[in-house]
Design a protein around this ligand. Structure first.
Ligand code: NAP
Length: 283
C-alpha cells in the first residue's frame, strides 16, 4: 500500500493524537475523526463523526483506504466497534486496524478483555484485511496520577507485580507501520515496553527524572475505587479494578518484540517516558 488515506478514530485521544503525526511521517494522508469540530486536529483533514451515529461513520469512511479503530470508554464499546467494523466492510475500505488490549480473552474475568475479545472475533469473521494491536498498560496512564506524584506519592492495588507497560507513542508508531506497510493481514501484535517493571520501580524512575522523592504505595482495591469513584461511572470503575487485579496477579508481565519489529526502533523504556514527562510530574 503506497501513501494510503487513513481514517483515525479517537484522533484527539492518547494513541490517536500520536498516530496522526506518525502516519504523516510515513507519507500517509490522514483524515482525523472528531466528535467536536472545536477539537479538530490541526494540519490534517478532519471529519466530524460519532461511533453512535452510523450515518456519520459511513460518510467518514468514504474514500479512505484504511481505518484505525480505537474504542472509547463506553459501556457499549464492543457493540459500537463491531458496527464500525461492519461499516468498514460495507464501505469497501481495504484495511482495518483495531486497537485491542493485552491478554484480550472471551473468558477473562476482566470485562474490558472480554469486550475486546468479542470485537476481535467479530472482525476476524468479516473476511476483511484486518490487524489487531494488543497494547499493555499505557505508561501515559500514569499522567492521571501526576498531581499526586508531583506531591511525592501514588498508589494502586498492584502489589509488587511487574507489568510490561508500553508508551503510547510506540503504540501509535506500530499502528502507523501496520497501516502503511504490507504483511499484517490477520496478524495480532502484542505491544509492550522493553521490560516489565513494578510500580515501586516506576516510582524510582520518575523520582530520578524529576529529582524529587516519590513513593509508591500498594493500596487495596477498595481504597483505589473510593479514590476514583468521583471521576468515573461504576461500570468503568469496576472494570479498572478488574484491570488492576489482572496486573496484580502477574498476568501482564510478558515482554514482546512487536514494537521493535514493526517500527525498527526499540520500545521506549519507562525511563524515556519519565524523562519526557518530568515536567508533568512536578520536575
Ligand atoms: N489506558 C490503558 O492503559 C489501556 C491499555 C490497553 C488498551 N487500552 C484501550 O484503549 C482504549 C481507550 O483508550 P483511552 O482511555 O486512553 O482513551 P483515548 O483514546 O485517550 O480517548 C478516547 C477517544 O475516543 C473518542 N471518543 C469517545 N467517544 C466517542 C464516540 N462515541 N465516537 C467517536 N469517538 C469517541 C474521544 O474523542 P473526544 O475528544 O470527542 O472525547 C477520544 O479521542 C480502550 O479500548 C482501552 O481498552 C487502554
Amino acid at each position: 500500500m503506497t501513501a494510503p488515506t487513513v481514517l483515525v478514530t479517537g484522533a484527539t485521544g492518547t494513541v490517536g493524537s500520536a498516530l496522526v503525526p506518525a502516519l504523516q511521517a510515513r507519507g500517509a494522508t490522514v483524515r482525523a475523526m472528531v466528535r467536536d469540530p472545536e477539537r479538530a486536529v490541526p494540519g490534517v483533514e478532519n471529519v466530524v463523526a460519532d461511533l453512535n451515529d452510523p450515518e456519520s461513520l459511513t460518510a467518514a469512511l468514504k474514500g479512505v483506504d484504511a481505518a484505525f479503530l480505537n474504542s472509547p470508554s463506553a459501556a457499549d464499546a464492543a457493540a459500537l466497534q463491531k458496527r464500525f467494523a461492519d461499516l468498514v466492510r460495507s464501505g469497501g475500505v481495504s484495511r482495518l486496524v483495531v486497537l485491542s488490549q493485552y491478554a484480550a480473552d472471551i473468558d477473562s474475568p476482566v470485562r474490558f478483555l472480554r469486550w475486546h475479545a468479542e470485537v476481535e472475533a467479530h472482525v476476524a469473521g468479516l473476511g476483511i484485511d484486518h490487524t489487531v494491536l494488543r497494547p499493555n498498560l499505557y505508561l501515559q496512564s500514569l499522567l492521571g496520577f501526576a498531581d499526586g506524584i508531583a506531591q511525592g506519592w501514588f498508589g494502586a492495588p498492584v502489589g509488587d507485580a511487574a507489568v510490561s507497560a508500553v508508551d503510547t507513542r510506540d503504540i501509535a508508531e506500530s499502528a502507523a507501520a501496520v497501516l502503511t506497510t504490507a504483511g499484517h493481514t490477520g496478524r495480532t501484535y502484542t505491544l509492550t515496553g522493553p521490560r516489565a517493571v513494578t510500580h515501586t520501580e516506576i516510582a524510582a524512575v520518575i523520582s530520578a527524572a524529576t529529582g524529587k522523592p516519590i513513593a509508591f504505595q500498594d493500596i487495596t482495591s477498595e481504597q483505589f475505587a473510593a479514590a476514583l469513584a468521583p471521576f468515573m461511572p461504576p461500570w468503568q470503575l469496576e472494570g479498572l479494578v478488574e484491570d488492576y487485579a489482572h496486573y496484580a496477579r502477574g498476568e501482564a508481565a510478558e515482554v514482546h518484540a512487536a514494537v521493535a519489529d514493526l517500527t525498527g526502533t526499540p520500545a521506549r523504556d519507562v525511563a524515556d517516558f519519565a524523562r519526557d514527562h518530568a515536567a508533568a510530574f512536578g520536575a
